[in-house]
Design a protein around this ligand. Structure first.
Ligand code: ADP
Ligand code: MG
Length: 691
């Protein structure tokens, strides 16, 4: 990437290798790099020196505080700041930051959700430095803070955050990849999981946002009739970017580059006021941290431009929602294993990796789906352009043809041996990237040299999704490796063909290259026995199934108690968010919408009365007609409010959802009748066209 413009110091706010070399002894740098790159344990004796250097570096760059920066189960990031300064006497301070401060912190964690893992009598958790992600400086309008990426655990060692299981799942992938690669004679090296997370978002004018309690409190509109000019014109996607938006994007990119985040691509998305930012892919752990920082930076910078950045999965009904496409792959010793490669050996490795992914996604589509479950994503999955909640794999015609030939080799009755591909002998036909990317309707698409998982929602932390993906693929790789290890050396390629062919045969039902948005696919998927978990409660329920608990435990990623606690946190979060939305909808309907309609009815009634009094006859029936319609609308809204209030009082989630849908219909029907000048909320038309 060329970011050599003189005013941009790429990565200058990151304690990266360059900063380390400037501030640390050579041996210490090597020890630290060894830990960062090769996942070796950190030698605790260097912690003090590193802490001191980090402090010097950060203070020279204007930082006054440090924080352990972590990712609790709430989905956002958390930090507790401590000043570097400690009082040493009356009106005297010294700057102090020890190795102990660096390695471990104790936030008062009782207010973070733990799903019952921490009893109140020992409510504290601790944070521990994740050496694999470099420290960085976060700036705000009036200062700067040194942020140390950390994991967050309870005193008994159970995880309380999203990062620890991610790191564990990366280890599982590393173990499994090594084992698989050893089958191909590559016994040295380690796996690197890569992620490029494309981030979709909306930008709206802050003035509009301030007038919409739903946007302010829930991040999405709970009411709003779609405008006449919506996506129909399809002139926004890849259109020229408006100057105000471009100014925002440029500021965002500048800040991200300083943080060493490779923001690379920017463009308009499908919906008006919708955009995308895509960074270049990085090692998974870092990419996840960077995505969190991207979201935070976009929110902050938007504010400076009088805009609000909406990361909700479906801010506007009837308008395209926002996802986060997780481009995922695995490399071994620097070579991407999902790249078909140039010779028979590389092809064989590619096909074994591909087969592992196909098997994993078919066997575990349910938990993969569960990882994307949230109230916000429920509004998006299956709607408009977004992925449906059925998880299927798109391979494209070329690759489908290749694996069909491998599978055919298995069954003798096929009789078409000439069409069979000989693994380890043949070189795969070129699999063009461009043609594979045409199908945008698949939730899990092979795009030439990586898989693109499109079901995750725009606001979600990528770690949950990638943790599951790593775990299930690692499990499949182990299974394949186990079979391959048993092959006699003289019949290796023949045996490998059989193993891969059998995996394809057993799991090909998950492959679907057609239109994933069609109703025909929903029926077809049901026939194939693929799960279709439409809602978050349905999807989350599968997490607790015995075979899924056993899987995470076997792979060393999550203990059953940890899965249970996470499950409880997510279920609770869903319920709380839904109640909040219900309450906001109810309050808006009662205190904004109903009074508006009542005032309008009053005006119409007065007009009718006065017109009749002076003997007017024309227009009276029209006014009466409008008043009738509005009156009926008001009645429907009123009934809707009563139903919603009851459902909220009973805390019945299903009823709350249903009541919100009905209430919304009633309000939206009145919106298109009522006097524009009096309508209490900015309309979609106003909000969606940023100028
Ligand atoms: P599209 O919009 O067509 O999906 P983009 O170029 O916007 O394509 O995004 C593709 C993303 O995939 C980028 O973040 C890119 O860095 C990432 N990517 C490319 N190769 C890999 C890989 N081997 N592993 C993970 N991500 C990758
Ligand atoms: Mg994409």
């Amino acid at each position: 990437m060329d970011v050599s413009a003189p005013e941009i110091a790429y990565g200058s706010d990151v304690f990266n290798e360059k900063a380390m070399r400037e501030h640390l002894a050579k041996d210490t740098v090597e020890a630290l790099l060894h830990t960062m790159n090769d996942r070796a344990p950190l030698d605790p004796s260097v912690a003090n020196e590193v802490a001191h250097a980090m402090k010097q570096w950060a203070m020279a760059r204007g930082a006054t505080h440090f924080t352990h920066w972590f990712q609790p189960l709430t989905g956002s990031t958390a930090e507790k700041h401590d000043a570097f300064f400690e009082p040493t006497g009356v009106a005297e301070t010294i700057a102090r930051f020890s190795g102990k401060n660096l390695i471990m912190g104790e936030p008062d964690a009782s207010s973070f959700p733990s799903g019952g893992l921490r009893c109140t009598f020992e409510a504290r958790g601790y944070t521990a430095w994740d050496v694999t992600s470099p420290a960085f400086i976060k700036r705000h309008s009036n200062g700067a803070t040194l942020c140390i990426p950390t994991v967050f655990c309870s005193y008994t060692g159970e995880v309380l955050d999203k990062k620890t299981p991610l790191l564990r799942s990366m280890q599982a992938m590393d173990r499994a990849t090594r084992r698989l690669m050893a089958c191909f004679g590559e016994t040295e090296g380690h796996a690197v999981i890569t992620l490029g997370a494309e981030q979709e978002y909306f930008l709206v004018d802050k003035q509009h946002w301030l007038k919409r309690p739903d946007l302010m409190q829930c991040g999405r509109t709970l009411f709003g009739a779609p405008p006449a000019r919506n996506q129909q014109l399809e002139d926004h996607y890849f259109g020229s970017i408006k100057p105000r938006v471009l100014a925002f994007m440029e500021d965002v990119e500048r800040e991200l580059w300083i943080l060493g985040i490779p923001a690379k691509t920017r463009h308009n998305e499908t919906a008006p006021a919708q955009f995308e930012l895509a960074p270049m892919f990085e090692e998974l752990n870092l990419a996840v941290d960077h995505n969190m920082l991207i979201m935070e930076t976009m929110r902050n910078i938007a504010d400076r431009h009088g805009l609000v950045c909406l990361l909700h999965e479906k801010p506007f009904a009837g308008v395209n929602g926002s996802g986060k496409h997780n481009n995922w792959s695995v490399a071994f010793n620097g070579r991407n294993l999902l790249d078909p490669g140039k010779n028979p050996q590389q092809n064989a490795i590619f096909l074994a990796t591909l087969a592992s992914v196909i098997r994993a996604v078919d066997l575990h589509a349910d938990i993969l789906r569960a990882a994307t479950a949230s109230l916000g994503n429920d509004c998006r999955l299956g709607a408009l352009e977004a992925p449906p909640s059925i998880i299927s794999i798109f391979l494209g015609d070329d690759l489908s043809e290749v694996i069909a030939r491998i599978e055919k080799g298995k069954s003798a009755d096929e009789g078409k041996k000439s069409a069979k591909l000989r693994i380890g002998v043949d070189t795969l036909p070129p699999i063009p990237r461009d043609t594979t990317d045409r199908n945008r309707t698949s939730p899990f698409a092979f795009t030439g040299n990586k898989f693109e998982f499109r079901a995750p929602g725009a606001s979600q932390n990528c770690s949950t999704v990638c943790m599951v993906l790593n775990t299930i693929v690692a499990e499949s790789m182990e299974v394949l490796a186990e079979a391959i290890e048993k092959l006699p050396a003289d019949r290796f390629h023949e045996g490998l063909e059989k193993i891969i062919g059998a995996v394809i045969h057993d799991h090909k039902r998950v492959i679907f290259n057609g239109d994933g948005y069609s109703t025909a696919w929903v029926e077809e998927a049901a026939k194939r026995g693929l799960p279709n978990l439409r809602t978050t409660p349905e999807a989350l329920a599968v997490q607790l199934e015995p075979q899924n608990l056993a899987l995470f435990e076997k792979m060393g990623v999550l203990m059953p108690t940890e899965v249970q606690s996470r499950h409880d946190v997510f279920v609770d979060e869903y319920h709380r968010r839904l109640c909040l939305e219900g309450k906001v909808a109810l309050e808006m309907a009662r205190t904004l919408i109903e009074p508006c309609v009542i005032t309008e009815l009053k005006t119409l009634a007065t007009t009718l009365q006065k017109s009749a009094a002076i003997g007017l006859t024309a227009g009276l029936s029209s006014i009466r007609d409008t008043a009738e319609q509005l009156g009926q609308g008001l009645d429907t809204i009123h009934v809707g409010c009563e139903t919603l209030a009851k459902a909220l009082a009973e805390e019945n989630d299903k009823d709350v959802l249903a009541a919100m849908v009905e209430l919304r219909k009633a309000v939206d029907a009145v919106e298109v009748l009522a006097d524009e000048a009096r309508w209490p909320l900015p309309k979609y038309r106003d909000i969606l066209f940023v100028h």
